[in-house]
Design a protein around this ligand. Structure first.
Ligand code: KIV
Length: 298
């Protein structure tokens, strides 16, 4: 048990809270936009301290922190718990909540109701949904019309990866790439403020970019997009295996965590922990009285 109170991260006074106009300005100026996922208070604090522009509470939480093998099982209740924790750890980044599978496809009303929950119950400033087909485009339009900014997501859309043939790069034929481009343009026309391009050839992303007036964030889509996003656990190595080829790993925290817990376990077993420095003292006279009282206890 820790007695340390959870405090809000002090805001860097020089950094402005990120807004949609500021993001659009970054695109106009050609300044790369940094986005990362976060799922709890510590990951949010790390993103905030790094001064990233956008934080996504991704439904990748299903695999990264909840241990599922895909993103489909996670629901709105799970996502809202995580999003609220992330909200508490952020000062300036724009917070985007990922609408989980099954929470927006059924009707425009369902989509707007779910999006409103992310805004009202978790303090998200925008939501993200997957897919560039007619259903996703209609839902994006409905949510935008309700006054909530929407980020689209095309290419590899993990929620529907079964239908896409698995977790693999998309848009590798002319026809498939054209469908992705059409989806991106339709989401843009529906009023999305930004869109994620995931796991598509860099040349395809590059060819679509001149048609995109909204912010494009890439993940495995090459260097031509306006910004990049990576999954927190992938970039910090909090996972088994290397992950997708587009991941650049900046740390090996899983190894460090494993080593830390193993060292603790070893210390306890060998009676090296706790030491005197980890304990609390008591006045000698109080201890003596206590021992006397103990002797009386039946
Ligand atoms: O859920 C997620 O983490 C995402 C990003 C990979 C964009 O959708």
């Amino acid at each position: 048990m820790s007695s340390t109170p959870q405090v809000q991260v002090p805001r860097d006074p020089g950094r402005l809270p990120m807004t949609l106009p500021l993001l659009a300005e970054k695109k106009r100026l050609g300044e790369k936009v940094v986005m990362v996922t976060a799922y709890d208070y510590p990951s949010a604090r790390a993103a905030d301290a790094a001064g990233v522009d956008v934080v996504l509470v991704g439904d990748s939480a299903a695999t990264t922190i909840l241990g599922h093998s895909s993103t489909t099982p996670v629901d709105t209740g799970d996502m809202l718990v995580l999003a609220r924790a992330v909200r508490r750890g952020l000062t300036t980044p724009l917070l985007v909540g990922d609408l989980p599978f099954g929470s927006y496809e059924v009707s425009d009303e369902q989509a707007v109701t779910t999006a409103l929950r992310f805004v009202k119950e978790a303090g998200c400033e925008a939501v993200k949904l997957e897919g560039g087909g007619p259903t996703s485009v209609a839902r994006a339009r409905a949510i935008v019309n309700a006054g909530i900014p929407v980020m689209g997501h095309v290419g590899l859309t993990p929620q529907t990866s079964t239908a896409l043939g698995g977790w693999k790069a998309q848009g590798r034929t002319a026809a498939a790439a054209a469908r992705i481009a059409q989806g991106a343009l339709d989401l843009q026309a529906a009023g999305c403020f930004a869109i994620v391009f995931e796991a598509i050839p860099g040349a395809i992303a590059e060819a679509i970019m001149p048609r995109m007036e909204i912010l494009v964030i890439g993940i495995g889509a090459g260097a031509a997009t306006d910004g990049q996003v990576l999954v927190f656990h992938d970039l910090l190595g909090i996972r088994d295996g290397l992950g997708p080829r587009f991941v650049k790993r900046y740390a090996n925290l899983q190894q460090e965590m494993d080593a830390g817990v193993a060292a603790y376990a070893e210390d306890v077993r060998r009676e090296r922990y706790p030491g005197p420095e980890h304990g609390y003292s008591i006045d000698a006279a109080e201890l003596e009285d206590f021992l006397a009282a103990m002797a009386e206890l039946r």
